[in-house]
Each structure stands twice: as structure tokens, then as C-alpha cells.
Design a protein around this ligand. Structure first.
Ligand SMILES: Cc1cc2nc3c(=O)[nH]c(=O)nc-3n(C[C@H](O)[C@H](O)[C@H](O)COP(=O)(O)OP(=O)(O)OC[C@H]3O[C@@H](n4cnc5c(N)ncnc54)[C@H](O)[C@@H]3O)c2cc1C
Length: 402
């Protein structure tokens, strides 16, 4: 087995690392004080510079205007971008747009590609994804209240959604709605494209998350569909294909997220080590001379290293055999890396003391916002149950779904 880094990946990592260091890290103090929405004009300039690197929307093939990276290559890029909270946004590969682009590329008609996909890849618009509902468990999305009914040449959508990331300022949403209520559970829902300007689509407000309402892309909205009408042609794929498409969206999506979290971990470890090496707890006695701090450093390094190997292996398997064959590996990385992220951030904050709680470093922002890593894209417990059931079935245990 060859673990050496391919030349293309080495150059890619170097380019992104340099860009992050020179263009993005200097913006972090202002970002910490003012919040994301206030930074949008300056980030717009950075996005123009990002285009010049040839790595804009790098997960999308070049023929569609992206950077043309493979999943494995993009995984490396995602780690480098993850070192700052604004990295993915500046390179137009932020969630949920990244997943929406992939879905539109795979399942969009020519007309949908022209109207929705092309402006998204060019970065002229943003999008959002409306699946989760306050009244129903997101962990069991086959059970949802939002419906889309045919009326003449339109879908008429009615329902209530929340946790719609990046809805504020977005041009359209991909809405998951029940279109075939009498079909078996996994064939009941469809994905439908809804411009946010559609009459009947209402932004109720942004959710307050850990004390922050956020703004623009960095926000999570509550929305409602009050008989919102869109043409029948706005369906993605066939009727009832919503869950098939959602599964395809989530496989690579979990690689993107996990590698971003590894980038966050690397940065947190970097901040922790710099502090441990220089902060003196008594004259001539840096913090890093304490065994407990050394333990935080070494354990973090080991956990990050293990996590990265697991994610790269899962990405490799998706590329070789497809997301379905790699479903166990995908579940394993989702809960393992999310937990590593929590532990590394916690140690880094502890090491910095009061400074770790301020917004002078990105640690506090990540600690608040990335706690969600253990919940979105499948809560830890759902992935753990999936993996355990598969293993135990191999031992003859009869485990039912649900
Ligand atoms: C920051 C953030 C951003 C998000 N962005 C989006 C978005 O853009 N679009 C969107 O549609 N949704 C989004 N979500 C929603 C997310 O996908 C859901 O929160 C997630 O699927 C869990 O659903 P739920 O919140 O309804 O929790 P529930 O399904 O009610 O589950 C609650 C808890 O129950 C436990 N649980 C659930 N199932 C099992 C089980 N089988 N075994 C044991 N325990 C179990 C878990 O601990 C889980 O955390 C986002 C969420 C967050 C936090």
C-alpha cells in the first residue's frame, strides 16, 4: 500500500494553505467581532481571487465551470479550507450549496441546469435545502408533514421546515416533500426546486443557535410553504426519488464535512501548541512542560491522524465502489470524526484558558457551531445503530429496522 502524497495533491494543498494563510486568516479577528454577514462585501473580493487559483467550486467538473477535482483530491482541499470558518465559502464549496450543486449536476434537466445549477457554480447565487421539520424527527425523514400536490401544471407545496442553513439571501431551495403518500416509505417523497421569491414561501426568521441568530449564509432559518406554486417541471429526477437522491447527496457530503472538521482540528491543535510552547505559568515554565498538556497534544495528534486515514479510506472506497458499497465506512467516519472534533476543540480551549473563550481565536466560534456536527447529516446514534446492526447480523442476531 502506497501512502505517499501524489504530486497533484501536494501542489493543491500548498496552493490552498498559502491562500488561507495570506488572504483569509487576517480576516478572522474582524469576523470574530462583526459576524459573517458584515463580512460579505470583503469576502466577495476574496471569492474573485479564489477564482484565479483554478480551484473555484473544485468538486464540480471543469466542463461545468468547476475545478475538476476527484472526491479524494477534494477531500484534501476540504481539510485545508477547514482551517478557517470562511474557507469553503470563499471557494464556493460550502454546505449546503456543495450538495445542491452535485444533485443538480446528476439529476437536473438541461433547463434546470441552466436556471439553477449554472448560476450556483458561477457563485452568482446561493441555495438552501429544506428537509427537516420541527414537528417530525429528522432522524426518520420518511415520516414528514410537507406535501406537494399536483394542480394543473403546478406543484402546490404546503409545509413547515426549520434548520434551513443559508436560507437568508439564497435564490432557491431544494424542498423535500411527500408527493406519493400511498407508496412505500422510501418512495413517498420527491425533491422540488422552489425559488425563494415564490409567493407562499415564507421566511419566518432565523433560529437562535447557541446565542447567535447569524446572517446571510451563516444562518439557519425557519420557513413555511403556504401553497407555494412551482411548475411540475421543477421536480428533480422522477417522482418518489427524493430519498434515493438524498442518499447520493449525503455520501460525498459526509467526506466533505469530515475533512473540513479535520482541518478545524489541525488548526485547533496548531493554536494549542503555539500557546503551550509560549505561555508561561511561572517564570521560565511554559505550559507545554506540564504532562497533562503534553497528553492533550499527543492524544489530539493521534486522534486526528487516525481520523484522516479513515476518511481518506472512505473517500477512496466511494470512488472505487460507489457510496452504497461504502455505507459502513461513511457511517463510521461520521460519528468518529465528529467526536474527535469535539474533543480536540475542548482541549484547545482548556489549554488557552480564558483566551479560549474569547473571539480572539476561532476556537469559541467552532466550539459553539460545530457541536452540531454530531447531529446534522445523521445524529451519531443513527450511524452507530446502522454499523452495529450490520456487524451483529453477521453473528446471526436478528435486528429489525426502526
Ligand atoms: C447546524 C445545523 C444545520 C442544519 N442544516 C440543515 C439544512 O440545511 N437542511 C435541513 O433540512 N436540515 C438541516 N439540519 C437538520 C438536521 O439534519 C437534523 O437536526 C437531524 O437530522 C436530526 O433531526 P432532528 O433534529 O429532528 O432530531 P430527532 O430526529 O428528533 O432526534 C433527536 C435525537 O434523538 C436521538 N436519536 C434519533 N434517532 C435515533 C436512533 N435511531 N437511535 C438512538 N437515538 C436516536 C439522537 O440523539 C438525536 O440527536 C441542520 C441541523 C443543524 C443542527
Amino acid at each position: 500500500m502506497d501512502f505517499s502524497e501524489p504530486e497533484r495533491v501536494r501542489i493543491l494543498r500548498g496552493t490552498i494553505r498559502e491562500f488561507v494563510k495570506s488572504e483569509l486568516l487576517p480576516l478572522e479577528p474582524e469576523l470574530g467581532k462583526k459576524g459573517f454577514a458584515a463580512m460579505v462585501p470583503v469576502l466577495k473580493e476574496k471569492r474573485e481571487r479564489a477564482k484565479q487559483t483554478g480551484l473555484w467550486a473544485a468538486h464540480i467538473p471543469e466542463r461545468f465551470g468547476g475545478g475538476g477535482l476527484s472526491l479524494l483530491e477534494f477531500a484534501h482541499m476540504s481539510e485545508e479550507l477547514g482551517r478557517t470558518p470562511i474557507g469553503h465559502y470563499v471557494f464556493n464549496c460550502q454546505a449546503p450549496d456543495v450538495g445542491n450543486m452535485e444533485v443538480l449536476m446528476e439529476h437536473g434537466t438541461d433547463a434546470q441546469k441552466e436556471q439553477f445549477f449554472a448560476p450556483l457554480v458561477r457563485g452568482e447565487v446561493r441555495s438552501c435545502f429544506t428537509m427537516t421539520e420541527p414537528e417530525f424527527p429528522g432522524s426518520n425523514p420518511t415520516w414528514m408533514g410537507t406535501t406537494a400536490k399536483k394542480d394543473g401544471g403546478d406543484w402546490v407545496i404546503r409545509g413547515h421546515k426549520w434548520f434551513t442553513t443559508g436560507m437568508e439571501g439564497s435564490a432557491f431551495t431544494i424542498c423535500m416533500a411527500v408527493t406519493n403518500p400511498d407508496a412505500e416509505p422510501h418512495a413517498r417523497a420527491s425533491m422540488i426546486l422552489v425559488p425563494t421569491s415564490t409567493p407562499g414561501f415564507e421566511h419566518i426568521g432565523n433560529l437562535s443557535i447557541m446565542g447567535h441568530r447569524g446572517g446571510d449564509w451563516a444562518s439557519h432559518a425557519e420557513v413555511s410553504f403556504q401553497d407555494a406554486r412551482v411548475p411540475l417541471a421543477n421536480i428533480l429526477g422522477e417522482e418518489g426519488m427524493g430519498f434515493v437522491i438524498a442518499q447520493q447527496r449525503l455520501g460525498p457530503g459526509r467526506i466533505h464535512h469530515c475533512m473540513r472538521w479535520i482541518g478545524v482540528c489541525e488548526r485547533a491543535l496548531d493554536i494549542m501548541c503555539k500557546h503551550a510552547a509560549t505561555r508561561e505559568i511561572a517564570p521560565g515554565k511554559p505550559l507545554g512542560t506540564k504532562q497533562i498538556v503534553q497528553s492533550w497534544v499527543a492524544e489530539s495528534r493521534a486522534e486526528i491522524h487516525a481520523a484522516r486515514l479513515m476518511v481518506l479510506h472512505a473517500a477512496w472506497k466511494i470512488e472505487k465502489e460507489g457510496a452504497y458499497a461504502a455505507r459502513e465506512e461513511i457511517s463510521l467516519i461520521k460519528f468518529t470524526v465528529a467526536r474527535t472534533l469535539g474533543r480536540v476543540l475542548d482541549r484547545a480551549i482548556q489549554c488557552l484558558g480564558g483566551l479560549g473563550m474569547t473571539d480572539d481565536t476561532p476556537l469559541a466560534f467552532w466550539y459553539a457551531h460545530e457541536r452540531a456536527a454530531r447531529i446534522y447529516d445523521g445524529a451519531d446514534e443513527v450511524h452507530i445503530e446502522t454499523v452495529a446492526r450490520r456487524i451483529l447480523r453477521g453473528y446471526g442476531l436478528k435486528v429489525k429496522t426502526g
